[in-house]
Write a protein that binds this ligand. Sequence first.
Ligand code: ZN
Length: 568
Amino acid sequence: MSKKVLITSALPYVNNVPHLGNIVGCVLPADVYSRYCKLNGKDVLYICGTDEYGTCTEVKAREEGLTPRQICDKYYKVHKEIYDWFQIEFDYFGRTSTGLPHEDLDWPHTVISQEIFKKVVDNGYVIEQQVEQLYCVELDSFMADRFVVGTCPKVDCEYEKAKGDQCDKCGALLNAVEIINPVYKLNPDYKLIKKTTTHLYLDLPKLEPRLKEWFESVNSSWAKNAVSITQSWFDEGLRPRCITRDLKWGTPVPDTETFGNKYKDKVMYNWFDAPIGYLSITANYTKEWSNWWKNPEEVELVQTYSKDNIPFHTIIFPATLMATNDNYTLVTKIGSCEYLTYEGGKFSKSENTGVFGDNAVASGISSDVWRYYLMRQRPENKDTDFSWDDLQAKYNGELANNLGNLMYRVHTFTSKKLGGTVPERKSELLDVDNEFIDHVNNLCDNYMNYMDKIELKNGLKTVLSISHASNKYIVDTEHWVHFKTDMDRCHTILHILNHTAVLIARLLEPFMPETSRIINSFIVSDKLYRYEHNKLVINMLTGKSTNKPQILFKKISDEEISELKQKY
Ligand code: ZN
């Protein structure tokens, strides 16, 4: 029996509006893959939700004059609405935080995170280390690196606006305590002092041998960048990673035998418990969550995210689960990708560059077309660019001319000239027909191979190739000529073409569900026809009546595209 498929996409951080790069990197490919698996009869669970704890939420709350809870509620809704518009069909879209993290101790995320934390400590995989950190007197809290600005400590640089974790001028990775004259980004008058604190660290060096053995046994089903980045971490040697923070908005560190209640005022570092959110969100969805997460024999775990998330998902999270010595479901397939750029640059909300989820909703371009273009540009092996001119070119060339035109020709001819019924195959198949059917079926095999490997962009391109081959078949066989001279031959050609149309609708469904539905709705009027094969099988539709055809894609004009360019 084939394994059940558990799919997760990176949990989006709750304090902002997702941009197209986030959508193409995480939720959309997981949705396409999930739809593909479901269409092929697999038992699938697709889980996602917002990642809500951490400094960024606390600071955003301060900026907007709200509580962290209010910020999370506000942006959870923003995320959910945007993903709904993009037709992302999660089985469950949850969230990690609870209103009162230090009191609401029954919350699944708290329960599961604390249980894992305790086991990792009990099994001896956590050590203590003292560190110096910047502390803000006015706010009575330690400062996260990213909220500190000051002068770069590198002698040749001394850039005055270096960020706490990195200098944008010389590129050096920094630690906020090294910054000269550090100030709090949101209020330069607040005083920052150095203070010593003790934190808990995950002992990755101790886990390294087990982790490496596991990595070598599973990485053949991972995307290339996931393998190379993970390998580079092993090549450098793993170091202990801090797993606690001096914050209030987070999962409280539980008492343990080893450390007693010494850490009761600290919370888990967000990157430690955020991935545990996959488990706890599943637990919010079903009490049977361990049938998915503690069941590696029957479950295949598939994860999608962007390049920056790789080490958290391939090193730190599996190391955490391994350190419990419980039998957790670890990742088998990874569909990670590189970055999507915007007109050659970065997406940036602060500089108002790029298209964000809410802009896409308001653009007048349909959700299906956004899905199409994003998956067509999915940065699978290298960074790729979003550009309006390219969107227009691909839309007009590939959707309107190739796919739309094919459907229009097949459907209008069937509707107008053949009485609105899929004709019988009345004559023997000729070489040109058999060659076409073989060619399409070879392409279908390629499609399945690509989709199984989460090379979704290639899967989509293969659907276009089938459409292209079908247009060529029309030109080669000239059914409109036979319509006047040899009606049997004309019927045979349209018989084949109608079957090709429903095949294309099926292969396209994971990418463009609404377009697929419209193509499917051409066949029979009482209920939606859904083709059941991943290859071209004829003789199935003979005699089925058809509906009035619809135009699938109206071309985008130069004026429309320049208007959109100016807006964003
Ligand atoms: Zn510098």
